[in-house]
Structure formats: C-alpha cells, structure tokens
Design a protein around this ligand. Sequence first.
Ligand SMILES: C[S@@+](CC[C@H](N)C(=O)[O-])C[C@H]1O[C@@H](n2cnc3c(N)ncnc32)[C@H](O)[C@@H]1O
Length: 234
Amino acid sequence: MSLRSMFAGVVKTYDFLNRIITFGLDNMWRKSCAKECTSGNVVLDLCCGTGDLALYIAEYATPETQVVGLDFNKGMLWKALNKRAMAGRKHGKIYNVSFILADAAHLPFKEGCFDRIGISFSFLNLIYKNPLAKAYLKAVLRILDTRGKFVCVETSQPGFRPLRILYHLYLRKVVSFIGGLVSGRKDAYRYLGRSAINFPPGEKIVEMLLSTGFRKALFQPMTFGAVGLYEGIK
Ligand SMILES: C[S@@+](CC[C@H](N)C(=O)[O-])C[C@H]1O[C@@H](n2cnc3c(N)ncnc32)[C@H](O)[C@@H]1O
C-alpha cells in the first residue's frame, strides 16, 4: 500500500487519534517546533497534514510572516482550511497561511525562497525505508535561504533502555490496536509503530543532515526522548 492511500484512509480520525495516542501531548511538541520557525518572513510547513504546525507558526510569528503548508493529501488540506477559518473566527483575525497540494518530491518553489522550513511528524514518512530520502533532504536544502533553518519534530528513541523497551511495546501493541480500532486502518497504525520503532536515534539524524549539506545540525530530546526536535542550519 502506498503512503498516499494510507493517509487518505485515516483523514477522518487523524486528529482525534493523535490526541489519544500521545496522551494529548502532540500539540505541545508541535508548538516547540513552531517557536523555532517564527523568525522568518516566509515559512514552509512541509507535509502539513491538517495544518496545526502552520497555524501555530502563524500565531507566534509577526502578522507579516507568510506561512505556506504543503501536503499531497487533499482530505488533510480540506481539514487544514477549515481549521484556518475556525481559528480566524475564534481570534478575530485573518491567518496569513496558504495551503498547497503538492508532493515533497517535486517542491514547486524557487531556490532559497524560505527562511524557515518546519516539519512535524512527517519526517519519518520521508525517510523510513524511503528510496527518495536523500532527494527530499536535498530538495529542502535547495528551497531554504542561505542561513535558513530546517526544524523537525519527530519521534525519537528514549536513551534509557527499559523506557525504550516499554515505548516500543506501546508503539507495537497499543498504537496499532487503538489506531486500527478507531480508524479502521490497522495497516496504517502498524506502519506508524514499525517506522517509529526503527527511526534512527537523534545522532544519526544529525549525521544525515550534515551529510546532506547543512552547515550545522543539532538534536534535542523531549519527553524522555520519546520525541526529538531536530534542527539543520544551511
Ligand atoms: C503523520 S502526518 C503528519 C501531518 C502533520 N504535519 C502533523 O503534524 O500532524 C504525515 C503527512 O505527510 C503527508 N505526506 C507524506 N508524504 C508526503 C509527500 N511525499 N509529499 C507531501 N506530503 C506528504 C501525508 O499526506 C500526511 O498528511
């Protein structure tokens, strides 16, 4: 099954399940990523899904900051558009966020046009057993401005072994069970568990960023290492 059809099958329950399987922590992690993306004039939320990261960036950044969310799944983008409208009504302002339907493999942007590129919980999809992994990273580097910053929030590996074993058990058994039950797509949540378990540790991601051509890269574990914040400076 392709990634595209997998995500198409989970759109309806996507946000709800995120809250459940992360015990409500997912938006706190996205906010940490958003805060690192606010100092740019033009910011991309790559593989934006239902748009949470893009909207947080717009909330934290100056009103002039232009935020673009990109995803290849129409259903996710419809939800993102709805959220933007609801957030606008709630806060009585117009969010400077636009959404684009496109594939990360063919980014429709000019070289160096983004000051910041953020990605939340999608990096896994771009690099886990993905033959295009290097190409995606090269593409990100191409559209980043000189001294631009790539910020990624993604699952990670707890350093403390007993905790890591428990975390993997949770991903393998509980996430695929609850995800399958609620979404009806056990395959999708089994993939999520498997890819998170096999996701490289922070130091490996740092090496990967440096070998792609980022000048500096760093990794900061969050929530006992279950999640990490990764940054690459061009
Ligand atoms: C796990 S979701 C994460 C969504 C969102 N960033 C979040 O924080 O919830 C992964 C998203 O990446 C998108 N995606 C995966 N591969 C993609 C690609 N090659 N190009 C564009 N979008 C992609 C999927 O459609 C999906 O919306």
